[in-house]
Design a binder for this molecule. Structure first.
Ligand code: NAD
Length: 260
């Protein structure tokens, strides 16, 4: 068991990648807070984990853009379980549009969820990690933390920004036992990706099949999607890594779409 009794908060874990990470962490002995905007789905996700590992999961209502909700959610976890060892800042959405058609409201919404959310959740957990001189923060970046694609101005901007925030936390947290790293997945077949296939087909004037084969997977070494399990494996590696040797880093898991 790599995360025995570790207290973990995973934002956006009622669905998709975050949910896979929460389940993987619980399988490794962790206690996991399913922190999500969608409380009904978070409760269902926590119930599913508790059915396999009784008492391992709790649902927390949290809009990561709302400081009051973030602080209350983190406090609820601390009250229930006594601290926070791991934060996975994962909640995210996608909005695609060319820059000239991107509304300011959508731009602000994207930066709020991806960047304000990462900042607010980190700010809320850090005092609890510093109190124990131990902790691991993991941000859900993307290949779009390193690379750009048309139509994704806000997403690419936000995902690049996470690299900076993570490095600052790595430098501030190092002497206090807190590590910070970024996972950069390629395309993973989740509701977030399914939604953009018809949207991108419309915007780019190509078929949905071409969006998948050319836009999403065309640059990979094998034409394969990255899986939720692949990303959960990396999230486990970062969470369980025992020392500060691994901090301020980002790891790309994308079937070779992006190579450093
Ligand atoms: P998803 O749509 O399956 O899940 C996202 C979850 O976040 C949902 O449960 C949703 O309710 C929650 N959420 C949305 N806004 C929120 C908010 N304001 N506060 C709290 N929770 C909120 O998406 P996913 O594909 O699993 O994406 C998860 C993360 O992974 C995102 O940050 C995304 O950018 C990143 N990512 C996804 C892919 C991919 O191909 N799917 C690739 C790289 C990175």
């Amino acid at each position: 068991m790599k995360l025995q009794d570790k207290i973990c908060i995973v934002t956006g874990s009622a669905s998709g990648i975050g949910n896979g990470i929460a389940r993987r962490y619980a399988d490794e002995g962790a206690k996991v807070a399913i922190a999500d905007l969608n409380l009904a789905a978070a409760t269902a996700a926590a119930d599913a984990i508790n059915a396999v590992h009784p008492g391992a999961a709790m649902a927390v209502a949290m809009d990561v853009t709302d400081e009051g909700q973030v602080n209350a959610g983190v406090q609820a976890v601390v009250d229930a379980w006594g601290g926070v060892d791991v934060l996975v800042s994962n909640a995210g959405i996608q909005i695609v549009n060319p820059v000239e058609a991107f509304s300011l409201a959508d731009w602000k919404k994207m930066l709020a969820i991806h960047l304000d959310g990462a900042f607010l959740t980190s700010k809320a957990v850090l005092p609890h990690m510093y109190a124990k001189s131990s902790g691991s923060i993991i941000f859900m970046g993307s290949v779009h933390s390193k690379e750009a694609s048309p139509l994704k101005s806000a997403y690419v901007t936000a995902k690049h920004g996470l690299l900076g925030l993570s490095k600052v936390i790595a430098k501030e947290g190092g002497k206090k036992g807190v590590r910070s790293n970024v996972i950069c997945p390629g395309f993973v077949r989740t509701p977030l990706v399914d939604k953009q296939i018809p949207e991108q087909a419309r915007e780019l004037g190509i078929s949905e099949d071409e969006v998948v084969k050319k836009v999403m997977l065309g640059q990979t070494v094998d034409g394969e999607f990255t899986s939720i399990d692949d990303v959960a494996e990396v999230a486990l590696f970062f969470a369980a890594f025992p020392t500060n040797a691994l901090t301020g880093q980002s790891l790309v898991a994308s079937h070779g779409w992006y190579m450093e």
